[in-house]
Design a protein around this ligand. Structure first.
Ligand code: GAR
Length: 211
């Protein structure tokens, strides 16, 4: 087995890609040092996240489900992941469903950022601005973000990091989304990516030294 210096990361996106930008920035600053973003996969061909990846010189791929089956969609993603020898898949605003067949293939190798304090406002139907609207409608005074491993339960995998954000009386879903991103997501996502990559690298090298 080869000694591993850094883990190969694929980031999966659907939209603006500010979380991708936070990861790329952390890599540039050396905060993310145990992993390298080598592939960005989008399920939307016009996602601005693709442009951010290109500007950073990162390889991109578009896999749209369109009229195709879930199996075809995931099969194309698996091919890309295998071709690039990806060690960690990061879902950063990836808005498509991944089946149990896919998630069970990569146990503790897929992480996701969710814009609430799980187990509040999460699971099926809770994504993007809807999460913040639900938090405001409920009247909670504190929300935040969570990074967790992905398993077959939507937003149900083991929690890696969380950060709380206070809700202001004047908040709208839009202002709250921006603040949760700035104060929580853009901090805990790169930090979690580094933590998981460091674990992958040290686990792999322990095996290497034993063999
Ligand atoms: C982020 O707020 C992320 O937490 C959320 O979508 C936004 C993507 O923004 N993800 C989910 O709601 C997943 N359930 P970005 O494209 O600028 O990173």
């Amino acid at each position: 087995m080869k000694k591993l210096e850094t883990a190969n990361i694929a980031v999966m996106v659907s939209g603006g890609g500010t979380n991708l930008a936070a990861i790329l920035d952390a890599e540039k600053k050396g905060i993310l040092k145990s992993g390298r973003v080598c592939l960005v996969i989008s399920n939307k061909k016009d996602a601005f996240a693709l442009e951010r990846a290109r500007r950073a010189g990162v390889k991109t791929a578009v896999v749209e489900k369109g009229e195709g089956t879930q199996e075809d969609f995931e099969g194309q993603i698996v091919s890309l992941i295998e071709r690039e020898h990806i060690d960690l898949i990061v879902l950063a605003g990836f808005m498509a469903i991944l089946s149990e067949k896919f998630t069970s293939k990569y146990p503790r190798r897929i992480i996701n950022v969710h814009p609430s304090l799980i187990p509040s406002f999460c699971g099926k139907g809770f994504y993007g601005l809807r999460v913040h609207r639900a938090a405001l409608d409920y009247g909670v005074k504190v929300t935040g973000a969570t990074v967790h491993f992905v398993n077959e339960v939507p937003d149900g995998g083991e929690i890696i990091m969380q950060k709380a954000v206070r809700i202001l009386d004047s908040d709208t879903p839009e202002t709250l989304q921006k603040r949760v991103m700035r104060l929580a997501e853009w901090k805990i996502l790169p930090a979690s990516v580094e933590k998981v990559c460091a674990d992958i690298v040290s686990g792999r090298n322990r095996l290497h030294n034993e063999s």
